[in-house]
Design a protein around this ligand. Structure first.
Ligand SMILES: CC(C)(COP(=O)(O)OP(=O)(O)OC[C@H]1O[C@@H](n2cnc3c(N)ncnc32)[C@H](O)[C@@H]1OP(=O)(O)O)[C@@H](O)C(=O)NCCC(=O)NCCS
Length: 207
């Protein structure tokens, strides 16, 4: 089997959003034990969400149902989390998608999303990026970097000149290598019992 091509884009449909939620539940809630009540929040409704999407064969695209035999690494986001994800996705449907055409079927359909991240509205030229997650089987292939890059470009296009994020300490090498630094000496602080550091990166059109 050849590796399925992956597209990184902004979520544009409720099914893509539901797929992003499934990844967040699989990674943050199930893998990292973040409480569901902290993981999903009202910011999701005003945020821009990026997704890494597996291109499925045409028939699967039409039905929105992945052939798990040919995409086994999608399973963590689908087994057990699908119904939970659909419920959370409906509760926190982003305002930008609430006018998107949807049907009862689409509301419980999850697009084959394997990675995600979100961008919060810029205030005073500073945008917040967070919730970057890639399913375990798909890590180390550059998808986290592509998601981060797309969110930075979206932030720049929306007038931001700096990104602020709270990075899990274990992921510090990932963010450092992509231009994020602590703006001042600091000790890690706990968010949902996970040590974090505050990092910033200036945004420029030629970054
Ligand atoms: C962090 C994460 C999004 C990176 O996604 P990815 O698709 O593997 O990222 P990329 O393939 O673009 O880059 C991987 C790079 O990050 C480094 N990296 C990623 N996670 C790391 C970790 N936990 N510790 C050390 N390095 C890490 C890899 O070593 C690799 O380094 P390289 O660029 O020098 O080769 C992914 O590991 C993940 O989902 N982790 C769990 C969720 C999480 O912790 N998110 C961050 C919240 S702040």
């Amino acid at each position: 089997m050849t590796a399925a091509p992956v597209r990184v884009k902004l979520a544009e449909t409720p099914a893509e959003w539901a797929g992003a939620v499934a990844v967040r539940l699989a990674v943050f809630v199930d893998e990292q034990h973040v409480p569901l009540a902290s993981e999903m929040d009202e910011h999701d409704r005003s945020a821009v969400h990026a997704i890494a999407l597996v291109n499925l064969p045409t028939q699967e695209q039409a039905t929105g149902v992945a052939d798990l035999e040919h995409a086994p690494s999608l399973e963590p986001a689908r087994q057990g989390t699908a119904l939970r994800a659909a419920a959370q996705a409906g509760k926190y449907l982003p305002l930008s998608l609430s006018g998107a055409r949807t049907s009862a079927k689409e509301a419980v359909t999850l697009a084959p999303v394997i990675g995600t991240g979100r961008l919060l509205r810029a205030a005073g030229g500073v945008a917040r990026i967070g919730r970057i997650a890639v399913l375990p089987a798909w890590r180390g292939q550059g998808l986290g970097s592509r998601l981060l890059r797309l969110l930075e470009e979206a932030a720049l296009a929306r007038g931001a000149r700096q990104v602020l994020l709270h990075a899990q300490v274990h992921a510090l090498p990932f963010y450092r290598a992509r231009g994020y630094l602590p703006p001042e000496p600091q000790r890690p602080f706990l968010e949902d019992n996970i040590p974090h550091l505050r990092l910033t990166k200036p945004l420029t059109p030629d970054m």
